[in-house]
Design a protein around this ligand. Structure first.
Ligand code: FE2
Ligand code: FE2
Length: 284
């Protein structure tokens, strides 16, 4: 699998939602369970620039192919967050900077982890392989989450919007998976990546969002049999990466986070639900 970076750079664009009628959501609103997932997706898409920072403190920043990709990747993810924000606003919900402020404040202490990544990268070049493989896993699960959200809601306008987002996630998958496959040919990189994923990986967004929100998202999108099959499909893709068979990461995350009790918890309890901007800020 070879990724053509020049072709990707030439084709990058902000998500085209010019013909999406967001007023459809006023006429036919989404259920609360789906909106709660979209709040999560909005916050995590807008957190991409912070993930970018964590990648750039590694030796990844020495590689112009990687930095070209990351530049475009962060741009595309930004517009995913903006599009989801429009869906939230069509439900009279807060979106954009107040929510982003709150997310950044919640993970303030997480900046120490950035220092850890920086020091680890000084010690070994294989941190780049760990990071890029981690990226592949997260892009696979993100794309699957959008597909499942469309399936669960059956909402035609949301389905079209997330289809376009998922298509761009597919190009991100192509990059991360191709880089991971190539770099994992190195046995030391394999061992380090296997250890890193099995001991440190958690579902995308779980370091940014309160645990109850991750539980809700995984329960709603991956809690049923169709979701379980999607999780197994991602695990099979991870299995095909050199040296990474049998990790069972995604099925493990389902068992760790999917709980029926979590679904009934009130999102407002953790301050990131249907709330005023002041409430969102104070929850941070
Ligand atoms: Fe995205
Ligand atoms: Fe992506």
């Amino acid at each position: 699998m070879n990724f053509d970076i020049d072709r990707y750079v030439a084709s990058v664009a902000a998500l085209d939602d010019s013909d999406i009628d967001y007023d459809d959501f006023r006429r036919d609103p989404l259920p609360d369970e789906a909106l709660r997932c979209l709040r999560y997706m909005h916050d995590v898409e807008h957190h991409t620039v912070c993930y970018l920072r964590d990648l750039l403190v590694t030796r990844a920043h020495d590689d112009p192919v990687i930095t070209s990709f990351l530049t475009m990747w962060a741009y595309e993810e930004f517009w995913h967050g903006e599009a989801i924000g429009k869906v939230l606003r069509a439900h009279d919900e807060i979106a954009g900077r107040p929510r982003i402020d709150a997310a950044r404040a919640r993970v303030g202490s997480g900046r120490l982890a950035t220092l850890g990544t920086m020091f680890a990268s000084v010690l070994t070049e294989h941190i780049v392989t760990v990071s890029l493989t981690w990226g592949a896993v997260n892009e696979w699960t993100t794309q699957a989450a959008y597909v499942r959200l469309a399936q669960r809601t059956g909402h035609p306008t949301l389905t079209e919007l997330v289809r376009r987002i998922a298509k761009q996630e597919g190009r991100h998958i192509d990059f991360y998976a191709s880089e991971a496959t190539r770099r994992l040919e190195n046995r030391r990189a394999q061992r380090m990546t296997r250890w890193g994923l099995s001991h440190l990986w958690t579902p995308v967004g779980s370091g940014v969002m309160p645990r109850a929100e991750t539980e809700h998202l995984i329960t709603y999108l991956f809690g049923d049999e169709a979701g379980a099959e999607m999780a197994r499909r991602i695990d099979r893709r991870i299995d095909r990466l050199p040296g990474l068979s049998g990790l069972g990461l995604i099925d493990g995350a389902r068992h760790d986070y999917a709980t029926t009790g979590a679904v009934s918890r009130d999102a407002a309890h953790v301050g990131i639900g249907r709330a005023r901007a002041d409430d969102i800020q104070s929850a941070a």
